[in-house]
Ligand binder design. Structure first.
Ligand code: NAD
Length: 353
């Protein structure tokens, strides 16, 4: 076995149908009495329900969370938290809402209780991102890791099927890259394989019936595991490409991950054979990049960057940006091969190892 270092992140997870009902108990567990609830405008009704469950422990709702955490939004939320004397933030929603909670915690040390409603996995990571003047800056800081997470599969039933599939593949991407991370370890490999398998089983079931609670539960369980992997080990080429496409070209997060992942895996396949075997096994297939591509295609997810509004002329620029400030990657970055990867992803071709 290869040598490794492993530091476990502190995390408390409450998982189960109806576990939202425990939100008040969790606030008490945090030692908090004045919760500011965060949500997107679309999820205000859910935030109001959380507020009701908290009763006098709820001091307000900030309902302006948006994708990529613009600094202006972060500052408004920080100000509201401070004016209301909040002693914790409850982030109820997807990665954008959790990200806003992290932006508050980064400057105030306020504990976060996360209640995720997508499969993005941000709630299990100490990674934050804030966008300023069109540039998204990311970093790792232990202060932003939510202190407690309530996973209630019932809250994910309303997640549209399209976003469920792409968000699930976003989670798979965290685990897949964890399997070939430069700082990977056997514990994370177990979590990654189990997380990919759970999502691989659940997504086709959700596609058939969005109300299938068993499948929703499996998917959220998989998202937890895959998010944990992202929290513990480094990212590689796939995440670098998606950060560039999302941050600089404003492509939608989960869809971009879904399209790029098979191609990033194909690029790395010859330099990460054990990881590819694990991914393929978890998906019950022979070839990892093809299995991820099929999972997207057969469940109606987009497979071509051109369908997200990407302009072909920008591919050279993406390639240049991806070559800069590289993340550690099993296969060295070669400009010509990387440009071809982007072309394939742009056109929606099957991955070419
Ligand atoms: P999102 O949070 O932007 O949500 C997308 C839309 O779906 C929003 O309108 C939201 O209100 C709605 N929605 C969410 N859950 C719903 C539900 N159950 N029912 C109905 N509607 C629902 O999308 P996302 O993909 O979860 O998050 C993307 C963001 O998260 C990006 O900014 C990304 O960078 C960040 N992210 C960060 C990390 C990290 O570790 N820091 C990890 C993954 C993603």
């Amino acid at each position: 076995m290869q040598s490794f270092n492993f530091t476990s992140l502190p995390s408390r997870v409450i998982f189960g149908d109806g576990s939202l009902a425990q939100v008040h108990k969790e606030i008490e567990w945090l030692g908090a009495k004045r919760a500011l609830i965060l949500c997107t405008p679309e999820q205000k009704a859910l935030a109001e329900k959380v507020s009701e469950l908290l009763g006098p422990c709820s001091v307000g709702i900030f309902d302006h969370a948006v994708m990529h955490v613009p600094i202006e939004t972060a500052e408004q939320a920080r100000q509201m938290a401070s004016q209301l004397g909040a002693d914790c933030a409850v982030a109820v929603g997807g990665g954008s809402t959790t990200g806003l909670g992290k932006a508050i915690a980064l400057v105030s040390n306020l504990p976060i209780l996360a209640i995720p409603t997508t499969y993005a996995g941000s709630e299990m990571t100490p990674i934050y991102g804030i966008t300023e003047s069109g540039v998204k800056k990311t970093g790792r800081d232990p202060r932003v890791l939510p202190k407690s997470v309530i996973y209630d599969p019932l809250l994910t039933v309303g997640l549209p099927v399209g976003l469920s599939i792409t968000s699930g593949i976003n989670a798979i991407a965290h685990a897949a890259e964890g399997l070939y991370a430069h700082d990977g370890n056997p514990i994370m490999n177990l979590l990654a394989e189990e997380g990919i398998a759970a999502l691989g089983r659940a997504l086709p079931q959700i596609k058939k019936d969005a109300q299938n609670i068993e499948a929703r539960s499996d998917a959220l369980y998989g998202a937890w595991l895959c998010g944990s992997v992202l929290g513990h080990v480094g990212m590689s080429l796939h995440h670098k490409l998606c950060h560039t496409l999302g941050g600089t070209f404003n492509l939608p997060h989960a869809e971009t991950h879904t399209i790029v992942l098979p191609h990033a895996l194909a690029y790395n396949a010859s330099h990460a054979t054990r990881a590819m075997k694990s991914i393929a096994n978890a998906l019950g297939a022979q070839d990892a990049p093809q299995a991820v591509f099929n999972l997207a295609l057969s469940n109606g997810a987009p497979v071509a960057l051109k369908d997200l509004g990407m302009v072909e002329n920008d591919l050279d620029r993406v390639c240049q940006l991806a070559m800069q400030n590289q993340y550690p990657n099993p296969r060295p970055l070669e400009q010509v091969a990387l440009r071809q990867l982007l072309q394939n992803a742009f056109e929606g071709k099957p991955p070419q190892s």
